[in-house]
Write a protein that binds this ligand. Structure first.
Ligand code: WTA
Length: 678
């Protein structure tokens, strides 16, 4: 990806935000960056002031025990009250969520509806015995029950751990175990490209596989248009000719309980929001790293919500009057911060779409944008490349007028940027490239859209108060604005940062701080956060992010660890050893290539190849499927036996082979190249 982009950056120009945009923007204060520098960290109080607090904080930042920073110390608040209750007086009848099912069903959930549903769900969870700080695992696709369940957990002080619906049973079981979570919320099934996927069967397999004893499984039902509305009117259910039957009672185990039954009994129940300490955890989000199992990034209540709300307001430029659509999945951090918490904290209308962007036709996304009069649209470069490939003719018949477009998840190539600007933005929308991570809770590098000119291919300037910098491999800072590539680091804490890795403070220090910090120091100036990304600080002060430098790849915006992929491949029958590397892919950004050696007596065959693919699907999920499986006689290894993945990546990408002198047998990569025939 980095190489690819490099080649196309020469002709980049600056694009001015249109005057109309600037005239209405939420942040037009040119002194904002200076103010945050001068008043750091107290300037972040303006972020916290976007929320309603039960008790105001005493100290903005306690940095006495780095890297275990505490934000808004002494403050108390509830995230569900901030996203729901506080909007009832002013906009109870305004849509909070506008939901589109793939099968054509639709739901508008007003703030008042949301209030009722969150309360009923909170009451149900509490009656099941969920207590504050318990972890509730939520394995739901893009249905309204997902944000409702998240907010219901927040209401009773439980910690949610949402596991993306595309993950396999094994991946779900791992996450249940790591969080020691005994309540799971899920759905019978959902639509994807016209097919009704049986989600419940996968959940049953996960529960059977998990070491943790899952006590309760709450099952929503997604049948036809009666989208698990508590006590949905029968007329509604019948409105859809495709309405599914309810879950067959024979398919329920003794731990299953139907959400519809729980909620019908609690329709009018109200549950007081539990006042949480600002530092109490709000949620876990598992993400891939360079080693071992995915880690549970633990996010705090006060700092996270303040940061998500403020960046939604100032970067995404959302107001309550807007209809805002972030076409991500809530199962990833983008959906947490920028479909649920940020937009709802601000009282805006957030659109959710269940299905595939090309079902039943390639204009589906624009049809939805037109129907709901979307003002602000948010997607990934992968999706933009896909739309570009399908062609602008699919937009032609739809009439919508967005003023603001966002991208997230990968670097965006200038061509894709321009296509997005011209064809989706009509040439007069701002395009905001936002760099951040699961760990950072919200945007860290991106332009404030009314203040800085856009530059296709660059994420832009650090957000107010963010200490972004580039360090060399020895841990020394590369001079600012030097146009030299290096490791992207963050030199100061920020309110949205993860608190720790769930249950593993040591791993938190290892993964994010060891490399660039002085671990013996208690001076926060000696603690520097490692992002794992490479970047260039350009002479104009913008950051151009190049992609991951570590063993993490970014496949269509999904973050996957090389180690996880390799251990999955090694589960397949006949496999002796495996190395997985990233192939540059025009559509997906990166795609995994698996290089496999087979056990003695096993010959390469289609069935072994299928076994490898199936092993990855079973350990992680179909979205992680390798693009290619290459059977080779030997993997390139150093004399000490370390696999040199870098050389395999050169083979996959048709690049000149890097240095092979440290290899035990320097001829191996060349032989592999011949063998794979690239
Ligand atoms: C990559 C997603 C370039 C980066 C919010 C990061 C980006 C990883 C951008 C985090 C961007 C995210 N430009 N690269 N605008 N945004 N990335 O945790 O490699 O799923 O480290 O969070 O995505 O992925 P994650």
């Amino acid at each position: 990806m980095a190489r690819d982009i490099e080649a196309r950056l020469d002709d980049r120009e600056y694009v001015r935000p249109p005057v109309e945009f600037v005239g209405q923007a939420n942040c037009t204060d040119r002194s904002v960056h200076d103010r945050f520098e001068e008043e750091w960290p107290d300037a972040y109080e303006t972020y916290a002031d976007l929320l309603d607090w039960d008790r105001r904080w005493e100290t903005v930042l306690d940095d006495s025990d780095p890297p275990f920073y505490e934000w808004f110390v002494g403050g108390r608040l509830n995230a569900s009250r901030n996203c729901v209750d506080r909007h009832l007086d002013d906009r109870g009848d305004q849509a909070a969520l506008v939901w589109e099912g793939e099968d054509g069903s639709r739901r508008t959930v007003t703030y008042r509806d949301l209030y009722r549903r969150v309360n009923a769900t909170a009451a149900a969870l509490r009656d099941l015995g969920v207590d504050r700080d318990d972890v509730v695992t939520v394995h739901l696709p893009m249905v309204p029950a997902l944000p409702v369940t998240m907010l219901a957990c927040a209401r009773i002080g439980a910690v949610h751990s949402v596991v993306f619906a595309g993950f396999s049973a094994s991946a779900l079981a791992d996450r249940l175990d790591d969080a020691d979570s005994d309540v799971l919320v899920t759905v019978d099934g959902y639509y994807r490209r016209g097919e009704f996927l049986d989600h419940k069967a996968k959940v049953d397999a996960a529960v059977a596989e998990a070491g943790t004893d899952v006590r309760d499984v709450v099952v929503f039902e997604r049948h036809g248009s009666a989208v698990h509305e508590p006590g949905a009117a029968p007329a509604d259910a019948n409105a859809d000719a495709d309405a599914k039957e309810r879950v067959d009672p024979d398919d329920l185990t003794e731990r299953d309980v139907l959400a519809a039954d729980l909620l019908a009994e609690r329709e009018r129940r109200e549950v007081d929001p539990v006042s949480r300490d600002a530092e109490d955890p709000l949620f876990l989000m598992y993400t891939s790293g360079t080693t071992g199992q995915p880690k549970g990034c633990q996010h705090r209540t006060g700092g996270y919500l303040a940061y998500a709300a403020a960046t939604t307001k100032y970067v995404l430029d959302v107001t309550p009057a807007d209809t805002y659509w972030c076409a991500a999945d809530i199962g990833w951090i983008t959906g947490h911060s920028y479909i649920v918490y940020g937009p709802l904290a601000l009282g805006t209308t957030s659109v959710m779409y269940e299905g595939a962007p090309d079902h039943p036709h390639r204009g589906r996304v624009w049809e939805i944008a037109e129907r709901h009069d979307v003002d602000v649209f948010h997607t990934s470069p992968t999706a933009v490349r896909q739309f570009m490939k399908w062609g602008e003719q699919h937009l032609a018949e739809y009439d919508f007028d967005v003023r603001h477009l966002t991208t997230v998840g990968e670097p965006i190539q200038p061509e894709a940027w321009r296509w997005y600007h011209e064809h989706v933005g009509g040439g007069d929308a701002v395009v905001v490239d936002t760099w951040w991570q699961t760990e950072t809770g919200g945007h860290l590098i991106t332009n404030l859209p009314a203040l800085d000119d856009m530059k296709p291919g660059s994420a832009g300037r650090p957000c107010p108060g963010i200490g972004a910098a580039v360090y060399d491999d020895d841990g020394d800072p590369v001079p600012e604005r030097s146009d030299r590539a290096g490791n992207l680091v963050i030199e100061r804490p920020w309110p949205g940062m993860l608190q720790t890795v769930y249950g593993d403070d040591e791993r938190f220090v290892e993964e994010y701080w060891r490399r660039f910090s002085d671990l013996d120091s208690d001076d926060p100036a000696d603690w520097v956060y490692e992002t794992g990304d490479g970047a260039v600080h350009e002479s104009d002060g913008y950051f151009r992010v190049l992609g991951r430098l570590d063993d993490v790849m970014n496949v269509a915006g999904h973050r996957l660890g090389t180690m996880e992929l390799e251990s999955a491949v090694c589960e397949a029958d006949g496999v002796a050893e495996a190395a997985v590397v990233a192939r540059q892919d025009d559509q997906k950004g990166e795609a995994p290539d698996a290089y496999v050696t087979l056990r003695d007596g096993v010959d390469p065959s289609e069935s072994v190849r299928k076994g490898v693919v199936a092993a990855v699907e079973s350990a992680i999920g179909p979205f992680a499927r390798p693009a290619n499986v290459y059977f080779v006689d030997e993997l390139p290894k150093t004399r000490s036996g370390k696999i040199m993945r870098r050389l395999l990546a050169d083979v996959s990408n048709g690049a000149e082979l890097g240095n092979t002198t440290t290899l035990h047998d320097p001829s191996v990569p060349e032989r592999i190249r011949e063998q794979v025939g690239d």
